[in-house]
Design a protein. Structure first.
Length: 130
């Protein structure tokens, strides 16, 4: 094996390792509570289907008459369930976790049959209140 072949072989190995590390970090650090995943939630889905999209059970549950997402006309929701994401602040080119930020939230209303009848998304961000 020549020196040139060794150089290119080693360079290819380093490139593949870097791409693999980036891919692992991207999937591990990505927050499932996002507007894209909120869009995947469809009316009529069950709670288990919503949990499979968001990757975890709801963080908060209450009767929707007490705040949160406004009730959709023509629906009579029994429960509002909230999924909280990471507390993030956006800097110029990237997001970082921040203690003084509000988390991203996905709100979902479930009717008496346990089916989605309304949904909403709050992007969170920096909060001036602590």
């Amino acid at each position: 094996m020549t020196r040139k072949q060794l150089y290119w072989g080693f360079s290819a190995l380093v490139a593949v390792a870097c791409l693999g590390a980036f891919g692992i970090c991207w999937t591990v650090l990505r927050d499932p509570i996002s507007s894209a995943n909120c869009e995947r939630i469809q009316l009529g889905m069950t709670e288990s289907q919503v949990e499979s999209i968001l990757g975890k059970p709801a963080d908060l549950q209450f009767h929707p008459r007490h705040g949160g997402l406004p009730i959709s006309p023509g629906t009579n929701p029994e429960w509002e369930k909230n999924w909280f994401g990471k507390k993030k602040s956006q800097f110029r080119f990237f997001w970082v976790e921040a203690d003084n930020a509000t988390p991203t939230i996905i709100y979902v209303h479930f009717d008496f049959d346990g089916k989605v009848c309304n949904k909403g998304f709050s992007p969170g961000g920096i909060s001036v209140f602590r």
